[in-house]
Design a protein around this ligand. Structure first.
Ligand code: ZN
Length: 137
């Protein structure tokens, strides 16, 4: 089962999409399996990180800016090579186990869509593979 979600982003940021992925799992009826969350864009990504203290994701953005600044030597004519670089570092998908009908995430973990070259109209997909709850005999 494939679920698609549109997303309007800001200039840059980590957007918590955990609840949307949970909804996809619920809709699928899968009890035991895997969810792949996929970002089909080249200047945005998907990752898992802390969803308790919002300062964590703002620190990550700051560190990514410092580590991968825009450079004069970049040749890409669109002028957003730093955003492409950050998207590759973060990655374009995550896999999360589904057990007992629920996503297996740590207590402080959330799933994030990461924007590096917004604002844009974006989307992400959730593919869910697995078995329904076993029938009782
Ligand atoms: Zn580009």
């Amino acid at each position: 089962m494939l679920y698609e979600y549109p997303l309007q982003t800001g200039k840059e940021g980590f957007i918590d999409i955990t609840d949307k992925v949970r909804d996809a799992v619920k809709q699928s009826g899968v009890f035991d399996g895997m969810a792949t969350v996929y970002c089909p864009h080249t200047t945005a990504g998907v990752t898992i990180n802390e969803n308790s203290d919002p300062d964590v994701v703002s620190d990550l953005l700051l560190a990514l800016d410092r580590t991968y600044p825009d450079r004069e030597e970049f040749r890409h004519s669109e002028g957003n090579s730093a955003a492409h670089l950050k998207a590759s570092v973060i990655g374009s998908s995550v896999n999360v186990m589904i057990d007992d009908g629920k996503l297996v995430l740590g207590r402080w973990q959330g799933i994030y869509f990461t924007e590096f070259d917004g604002p844009r109209q974006r989307r992400f997909s959730v593919k869910i593979i697995g078995q329904p709850r076993p029938e009782r005999k």
